[in-house]
Design a protein around this ligand. Structure first.
Ligand SMILES: *Cc1c(COP(=O)(O)O)cnc(C)c1O
Length: 396
């Protein structure tokens, strides 16, 4: 169908979108309304960890859909129990609350920390978060985020989120007072520009939290579920967090997220947390299917190998074009360029004929790569070659 035949004005305009409509996807490839194909290195924003149309997910959707879609969150269902068991076995956490989006999981983490503060810390409620962090788009998670302008955009927002600087332990220490209950951060800042926390910083935060009786909350909505080369990114820092949130990859593309906590931190009373769709069997059955692929022997090794391949390829590009290197973990990586042509490269890549390519520029001088975790060696090489060609043409 022609783009002009779609009535795009029936959707609320919340962002600028290119003049195309995606109609199908397979693996690392998307196809638009005109039949043009795109190599997808965005994958739903680091969401489709198994690529488009993964057979394991389709099987789970079909089988569970035919069996039971939603008995109500007031009752137990098998897939949610199966997924909770897998997640707790694979991590240091004991209890899971399922949610429908990363923001909702983080909102739950904030509520849980405040409840814990009420019970154990005389009503302490402040949660120290990081400058340039991203935790979601609800009122509380926007307030928790360190994006410029977000503290006042829908004022009055939610109080109690003082901001420290990533990898600056002193800036965290200075903010701690009697009302501080937790520290919350992304192990690798995703939207902020793929900026990893250092092991020294993470271990320092754990120590600070222990000394002051604070909870350490890791927002692994983007970094979790194998994205960084281990099931959870915190595992690479040698620390034990108190609360973790998951989203994006946990559903492989369907709306699923999770809030995990250790036993002694799981302090919600009846009625304080819930939601109509939370832990519904259709989505958690997909979560089980996704988890089992990620957890299969050898899968993380291939993620790590593809991550190294991508990293080395980006470093070569950087050296060739006089850029400032690359950074990230596993298959969450960024190329740091020497100038602000990220948006122009993103545009040129999408417009390439006969096949386009989808990239993302979270900052003007930065390109972010978040392919499917099962992206092939050939697809990574194709992306690197195509990108090199685009840069060569632009710099002519
Ligand atoms: C994407 C993201 C969120 C928000 O998740 P939604 O599903 O969009 O609500 C929260 N935290 C981090 C680190 C993210 O990358």
């Amino acid at each position: 169908m022609e783009f002009s035949q779609y009535n795009v004005n029936t959707l609320m305009e919340i962002t600028s979108r290119p003049d195309l409509v995606f109609v199908r996807g397979q693996g690392s490839w998307l196809e638009d309304n005109a039949g043009k194909r795109y190599l997808d290195f965005i994958q739903g924003w680091a969401v489709n960890c198994l690529g488009h149309g993964a057979p394991e997910m389709l099987r789970a959707l079909n089988e569970q859909g035919a069996k039971l879609i939603n008995p109500s969150p007031a009752y137990f269902n098998e897939p949610s129990l199966n997924l909770a068991q897998r997640l707790t076995q694979a991590s240091v956490f004991d209890r899971v609350f399922f949610a429908n989006s990363g923001a909702e999981a983080n909102e739950g983490a904030i509520k849980l920390a405040r409840k814990w503060g009420k019970v154990n810390r005389n009503g302490a409620y402040k949660i120290i978060t990081m400058d340039h962090s991203f935790h979601g788009r609800t009122l509380a998670t926007m307030s928790a985020s360190g994006k410029p302008g977000w503290g006042t955009m829908f004022a009055p927002q939610v109080d109690g989120f003082p901001k420290a600087n990533l990898n600056d332990l002193d800036s965290v220490h200075k903010l701690i007072d009697a009302q501080t209950v937790a520290i919350m951060l992304e192990p690798v800042q995703g939207e902020g520009g793929v900026i990893p926390a250092t092991a020294e910083f993470m271990q320092g935060l754990r120590k600070l939290a222990d000394e002051h009786g604070l909870l350490l909350i890791v927002d692994e909505v983007q970094t979790g579920m194998g994205r960084c080369g281990t099931m959870f990114a915190y595992q690479q820092f040698g620390i034990t967090p108190d609360i973790m949130t998951l989203g994006k990859g946990i559903g492989g593309g369907v709306p699923l997220a999770a809030l995990l906590a250790r036993q002694d931190v799981s302090v919600f009373s009846h009625g304080e947390q819930g939601g109509t769709y939370n832990g519904n069997p259709l989505m958690t059955a997909v979560g089980v299917a996704v988890f089992d692929v990620l957890n299969a022997p050898g899968f993380m090794e291939t993620v790590q190998a593809r991550g190294r391949q991508l990293s080395e390829g980006l470093l070569k590009l950087s050296a060739k074009w006089g850029m400032h290197g690359e950074r990230g973990a596993g298959l969450l990586r960024a190329l740091v360029m020497d100038r602000d042509d990220g948006p122009a490269i993103v545009d040129a890549a999408r417009k390439l004929e006969p096949q386009g390519m989808l990239l993302n520029a979270p900052r003007a001088n930065l390109l972010r790569f978040m392919p499917a975790l099962n992206v092939t060696e050939q697809e990574v090489d194709l992306m690197l070659d195509t990108l090199d060609g685009i840069i060569a043409r632009m710099r002519g």
